[in-house]
Design a protein around this ligand. Structure first.
Ligand SMILES: *[C@@H]1O[C@H](CO)[C@@H](O)[C@H](O)[C@H]1NC(C)=O
Ligand SMILES: *[C@@H]1O[C@H](CO)[C@@H](O)[C@H](O)[C@H]1NC(C)=O
Ligand SMILES: *[C@@H]1O[C@H](CO)[C@@H](O)[C@H](O)[C@H]1NC(C)=O
Ligand SMILES: *[C@@H]1O[C@H](CO)[C@@H](O)[C@H](O)[C@H]1NC(C)=O
Ligand SMILES: *[C@@H]1O[C@H](CO)[C@@H](O)[C@H](O)[C@H]1NC(C)=O
Ligand SMILES: *[C@@H]1O[C@H](CO)[C@@H](O)[C@H](O)[C@H]1NC(C)=O
Ligand SMILES: *[C@@H]1O[C@H](CO)[C@@H](O)[C@H](O)[C@H]1NC(C)=O
Ligand SMILES: *[C@@H]1O[C@H](CO)[C@@H](O)[C@H](O)[C@H]1NC(C)=O
Ligand SMILES: *[C@@H]1O[C@H](CO)[C@@H](O)[C@H](O)[C@H]1NC(C)=O
Length: 463
């Protein structure tokens, strides 16, 4: 069926894809390796969180669309709600409109037992739409407005019993002018140093997390060095190390290494990593999402999908996983999943059992996330929105009860995509292919002929 160059592939065969033939003579760009003997623990589908994406009207999106994708983390604070709702800096009434939005999102989140990160910078009004003369906490050394704001917010949260499952990002992307204007980092650090002890005293069990920087942690980042140096001296170490991965570059192993360099240098503790915004808009396709899932799972980082929609659409579509019959109608229903959604659904519902370790290709473009269930081994592959030919090697087949040589029937699924607002109701069955293998290891190519499709490969475990 396909033409192969046996010299390029140790075990010829592949994705049963009509375009595969065209790519078959291209050189293999790299190999991602799965090691079946390396049990890395129970799957928690760590990447199934979202930034905003929840309608402010309760129950607007049907329950099954939350539960099937494994929704487990949300993050909101009333940004970009319809006027009049520009936050605290426009007065108490406009604060209340944002608070009502955030509270509704919190309550929806808790309905599914998920965790909620409150964005107090958005409730304040610094959601990126603020004008150039908008005030920031501590301007001209005056903290009155910020202190009053926290008093109001703490009182409203307590009045609404809204602290279970809560964590607080003390400010979002304080290293960017979108969110911190022209103010300097010293003013930010003073805000951190004043806010942390106040919230800790109020709610000792609510995680205070940060710094939610846009930039990855690294010893070569002056911003991060200043932050780490400050919190270590100030005794205000966040309960989770948070940053964002939305630049279109970088990878989780090197970002984690950058964090550890900083922790070692400033004698700071290891804490959970939370990437509470990941992926660019072009990466929000099955191939990109599968790549991010593999990256986040490898370092046990929680991940929340970034959200590139604006206005009321920011508060809908589960961060570009859904569409609906009228995408111009804020309160309309008629929801359906897009192609990207199907990756999360498979990741949550099908990838059960235990996780196993994998490595990305050396060029960091192909990555794999794999689980071993009682029935099947499942390997989800994603290329970081590039065309080309890569390959997957699966080692230690005997660890799942298979012989060390033989023929392995692999079932391939294609996760296609047709626009962020286009409906896709499930993966495409690309059939079975028998791969001969020896040496307890099988290798097969990934013909990535578009930049959006992810693949899943399944085979039965031995007895
Ligand atoms: C800018 O926003 C602030 C509130 O943040 C408001 O008081 C002020 O009037 C606005 N200025 C302009 C020119 O719109
Ligand atoms: C507050 O929330 C907690 C945890 O969700 C719940 O156990 C408790 O009953 C709630 N209290 C009130 C007064 O609603
Ligand atoms: C930060 O800005 C404040 C207010 O403009 C100023 O007083 C302070 O000197 C600045 N700090 C640094 C380190 O630039
Ligand atoms: C932490 O920083 C804040 C803000 O600069 C300061 O008010 C506070 O005294 C500092 N706390 C400690 C323990 O150094
Ligand atoms: C979609 O919703 C918008 C906003 O409510 C409305 O103006 C438009 O007529 C609707 N379109 C259709 C085809 O119903
Ligand atoms: C995922 O699991 C469901 C429920 O067992 C099953 O119906 C479906 O076919 C599986 N999907 C794939 C792609 O294997
Ligand atoms: C198992 O996989 C994890 C996660 O990728 C990795 O950190 C670890 O080094 C691997 N262990 C072995 C023995 O390969
Ligand atoms: C796989 O092995 C079988 C039996 O050993 C053999 O008949 C078949 O030709 C082999 N297939 C390939 C593609 O080498
Ligand atoms: C991938 O291949 C498709 C089909 O050949 C082409 O349209 C597209 O431009 C390519 N994209 C990239 C990023 O190379």
């Amino acid at each position: 069926m396909h033409s192969f160059l046996p010299l390029l592939f140790t075990a010829a065969a592949a994705v049963a894809h009509p375009q595969a033939r065209r790519q078959a003579r291209q050189a293999v760009l790299g190999t991602s390796t799965v090691t079946l003997s390396n049990d890395t623990g129970t799957p928690g589908h760590l990447a199934s969180g979202i930034l905003y994406g929840i309608p402010d009207t309760p129950d607007q999106i049907p329950d099954a669309l939350y539960t099937d994708m494994g929704f487990n983390y949300a993050r909101a604070g009333g940004a970009q709600v319809a006027a009049p709702g520009r936050g605290w800096i426009w007065g108490l009434d406009e604060y209340k409109v944002r608070f009502a939005s955030a509270l509704s999102n919190y309550q929806t989140t808790r309905k599914y037992g998920a965790s909620f990160i409150f964005l107090i910078h958005d409730l304040w009004g610094a959601d990126g739409t603020q004008n150039s003369s908008a005030p920031y906490p501590g301007d001209d050394g005056d903290w009155t407005s910020w202190d009053d704001y926290l008093t109001q917010w703490i009182s409203d949260m307590n009045a609404n019993n809204a602290t279970a499952g809560l964590s607080i990002d003390i400010w979002n992307e304080p290293d960017l002018s979108f969110f911190w204007g022209t103010r300097n980092q010293s003013q930010y650090l003073e805000m951190w140093g004043r806010t942390y002890p106040r919230l800790r005293a109020e709610w000792p069990d609510v995680p205070l997390i940060g710094p939610a920087a846009a930039e990855e942690p690294s010893l070569s980042s002056t911003w991060w060095v200043n932050f780490m140096s400050f919190v270590s001296q100030n005794g205000t170490v966040p309960d989770e190390w948070v940053w964002h991965m939305e630049g279109g570059g970088g990878d989780m192993l090197s970002a984690q290494a950058g964090l550890y360099d900083l922790l070692n240098t400033y004698d700071l503790p290891v804490k959970p990593i939370n990437i509470d915004e990941y992926s660019t808009y072009p990466e929000q396709v099955p191939a990109g999402s599968a790549w991010w899932i593999a990256q986040l799972e490898r370092v046990d980082a929680v991940g929340l999908r970034g959200n590139w929609l604006s206005g009321w659409q920011l508060h809908d579509f589960l961060a570009s996983l859904l569409s609906k019959s009228n995408t111009s109608d804020a309160t309309g229903t008629g929801y359906y999943p897009n192609g990207d959604y199907q990756v999360y659904k498979y990741y949550n519902l099908n990838m059960t059992g235990h996780r196993v370790g994998s490595t990305p290709s050396d060029d960091l473009l192909l990555d794999t996330y794999a689980t071993v269930g009682t029935d099947l081994v499942r390997v989800l592959t994603g290329v970081r929105i590039q065309n080309g030919t890569w390959q997957v090697t699966i080692n230690d087949l005997s660890a799942v009860g298979l012989p060390t040589s033989g023929t392995l029937d692999i079932h391939t699924w294609g996760f296609t995509w047709n626009d962020h607002f286009g409906e896709v109701d499930g993966p495409t069955d690309l059939g079975y292919y028998g791969h001969n293998y020896t040496g307890d290891s099988v290798t097969f190519p990934i013909f990535q002929t578009d930049v959006v499709t992810a693949y899943a490969f399944e085979f039965a475990v031995g007895s």
